[in-house]
Design a protein around this ligand. Sequence first.
Ligand SMILES: Cc1cc2nc3c(=O)[nH]c(=O)nc-3n(C[C@H](O)[C@H](O)[C@H](O)COP(=O)(O)OP(=O)(O)OC[C@H]3O[C@@H](n4cnc5c(N)ncnc54)[C@H](O)[C@@H]3O)c2cc1C
Length: 385
Amino acid sequence: MEYFLNEQQKTIKSLARRIAEERILPARAELDEKEEFPWEIIKALADADMFRVFIAEEYEGLGGGCFDLCLVIEELSRACGGIAISYAADALGCLPLIHHGTEEQKEKYLPDVASGARLTAFALTESTAGSDASKIRTSATLEGSHYLLNGTKQFITNGGEAEIYTVIAMTDPAKGSRGSSAFVVEKNTLGFSFGKKEKKMGIRSSATRELVFRDCRIPQENLIGREGQGFIIAVRMIDRSRPGVAAQAVGIAQGALEAAVDYARQRVQFDHPISSFQAVQHMLANMATELEAARALVYAVAKTVDSGAKDYAEEAAMAKVFASDVAMKVTEDAMQIFGGVGYMRDYPVEKMMRDAKITQIYEGTNQVLRNAIALEVLKRKARRE
Ligand SMILES: Cc1cc2nc3c(=O)[nH]c(=O)nc-3n(C[C@H](O)[C@H](O)[C@H](O)COP(=O)(O)OP(=O)(O)OC[C@H]3O[C@@H](n4cnc5c(N)ncnc54)[C@H](O)[C@@H]3O)c2cc1C
């Protein structure tokens, strides 16, 4: 389908595809097997100005928005969902600074993010606070001109590898979610260390790690926005980054479809390529149709985000739910088309299926997002009555 990309978008997309094909495809299986963070590929992305895509021009970026970012994430995910999420998590990590940071914070951090010199990460989740993010316990206590951070964040993408962390912590626990605030914390700050590194089913080249704060002193000027805005900043920034997870799902599904088509054309059984069997053809037809529907929804939502619309939470949730379910289905069908070899690690589709699963879980599980969508649907009906 033609999506009428402008010249800059076409350039960004083809650059991302080139890096995916030349650098990621040959390395993805080994990085996955060794659970190794893809530093060389991150450097190649930085050299190609890919980290500038989502940063404003005044901070040395290219001034692209959610749609441009989705194009890059999709292309990288077509080759490897794990490498793509390391890139996408960097965008999420700096979103609170982009949209709620002071001028000083933006000038201090964003040019380094744009050049790819420093990666970022976003830290909300804790062992007691997953879907119910209001239950975070990490505290930030103001003492003179500094905040003291105490607590542990769990499952943080780019944890340990990033240099800049945006962290949500409680400044006034008595107020519940209205008592949380957002902070920027630099790696190597005294009292900030890294805990358990997770061993994962998929996206294994990405780093997922605990962040541990023990009397970690950060200057008062590291507060992002105002005290009490932490939860709203977190929710809004995740709404904004959710189309990126949906784009990751679309890219993974695209990679799986292409692999399945290639395999179906060359695998011969009963003296015919299996692509000549209608049962296989119908699977390919459904995979292609659902994938295109997911892509169209993701692009439409990303453009809505970029339009300056105030509220796109429902649409962003829809894109993430739909695209991630499609990715799971398409990768599963791709494995079915590969038959027995699809189950083996020598072929890429088992990795794609492992990578696809996480898109149904992070940045809001699909059940929790369906709750949110249903709430909006019901509210709309009630308003009309
Ligand atoms: C690989 C990976 C990377 C991640 N990266 C980050 C990151 O960079 N930063 C960050 O802050 N977090 C990150 N997360 C955390 C992620 O966003 C959470 O895991 C996710 O939001 C779900 O929370 P949970 O794991 O605690 O599951 P739970 O909230 O415990 O949910 C368990 C199950 O209960 C269901 N459930 C819970 N509540 C409801 C409800 N009200 N209605 C219906 N069903 C419900 C869920 O859908 C799920 O099926 C990451 C997680 C993973 C696995």
